[in-house]
Design a protein. Structure first.
Length: 364
């Protein structure tokens, strides 16, 4: 994946407040105070005006008041919200996945719920079920935790395929059907599913067809030394991860901003050359000798959608090849299935995508 200054995943500080000039400091720095990532820290929601772009850019600065060093993940989550997709997070336990989602929900003024997926979790535990009321002698619907805005599906690979399928159906249809009656989910609705990359015993890995339903796969790394010191410094100063208001977090954007932003993202144009570049990239993954299953047309559509969202966040009304390169790895890494012999040789999906980015000619 490209690591230039326009890369929202390796350098999320590239998002400027609607000016399209991505050059603030690296996201891997950890100052002793909550960082601003090149964006002025607003003191009230009105400080960022009525521009939905500025408000959504300010979300990352707000989340950094509680979460240190995961600005890239916040940028990826905002891109997924703008594109109307869902995210697969991969990271070892303890890298603030739950705190990240709760902080993002606070900054966006939306509701969030968390489900801990276990082998005995049933579909009704996720979607809800009909409960018999003996007083009225009727069945009433009790909504499950899926009826929220940001749903953290923790360790989704620890629950059986039947329960996974129930959640993935809700992701695709934005509704659940109970006793034949469809019930729409709130808007916005996004599933943020997590996987532990180091412990696979007793898990039910998601099939490739279900992985393809996730718009992005984001990797949450362990913090750098300076960032880890900052985390401990905040805890030593009395930081309580269960009291986000005490940490100074507040809403800097809302569902209405997100709705307006999504409509504006749809107006972002892509030239025939850029569309051809996306197609050439995904087709190149299908002929790679290390790949058993390449990127599908759905993956190409996902790459276009995320590139448009990134272009809009950068203040542009058109998609550039750099936008496509910036989102190629997070949008495609989980859609590539390697051959067994390639995996034994140490080949990774990231290395395959990086090779494709180097080999496919970039339109000028």
């Amino acid at each position: 994946m490209s690591t230039d200054s326009t890369d929202p995943i390796h350098d999320p500080s590239a998002v400027g407040p609607g000016n399209g000039d991505p050059h603030p400091p690296s996201a891997h720095q950890a100052p002793s105070t909550p960082r601003t990532s090149g964006i002025a820290q607003p003191t009230a929601q009105t400080d960022v005006g009525n521009d939905p772009r500025r408000r959504l850019v300010a979300v990352r600065s707000e989340v950094s008041k509680a979460v240190v060093g995961q600005e890239a993940a916040v940028t990826g989550l905002v891109i997924a919200l703008l594109a109307g997709g869902h995210v697969l997070l991969e990271g070892v336990p303890g890298v603030a996945k739950t705190l990240l989602v709760r902080s993002l929900a606070t900054a966006l003024d939306v509701e969030t719920k968390r489900i801990q997926f276990t082998p005995d979790l049933m579909p009704g535990d996720v979607t809800g079920s009909l409960i018999y009321d003996s007083r009225s002698a009727q069945f009433s619907f009790r909504a499950g935790p899926v009826f929220t805005n940001l749903l953290l599906a923790d360790e989704i690979n620890r629950t059986p395929p039947k329960t996974q399928a129930a959640l993935l159906e809700a992701m695709e249809e934005h509704q659940v059907s109970i006793d034949g009656e469809p019930r729409p989910l709130p808007d916005p609705f996004m599933v943020i599913a997590t996987q532990n990359p180091v412990e696979y015993e007793g898990t039910y890995p998601l099939p490739e067809a279900q992985l393809d339903r996730f718009l992005l796969k984001l990797i949450l790394p362990l913090p750098e030394r300076a960032q880890e010191i900052e985390v401990l410094s905040r805890h030593a100063a009395g930081f309580d991860p269960h009291d986000l208001a005490g940490a100074g977090l507040r809403a800097v954007a809302g569902p209405d901003d997100l709705s307006v932003a999504r409509a504006q993202v749809l107006t972002v144009g892509a030239s025939a050359e850029v569309l051809g570049y996306i197609v050439d990239l995904v087709r190149a993954t299908r002929v790679s000798p290390s790949v058993a299953l390449g990127v599908s047309p759905r993956g190409a559509a996902a790459l276009l959608a995320t590139a448009r969202a990134w272009a809009w966040l950068s203040g542009r009304s058109f998609v550039t090849p750099d936008d496509v390169k910036a989102l190629a790895t997070p949008a495609l890494r989980h859609r590539v299935q390697l051959r067994a012999e390639a995996e034994m040789e140490g080949v990774t999906t990231e290395s395959v995508i990086n090779g494709v980015l180097r080999s496919v000619p970039v339109p000028r």
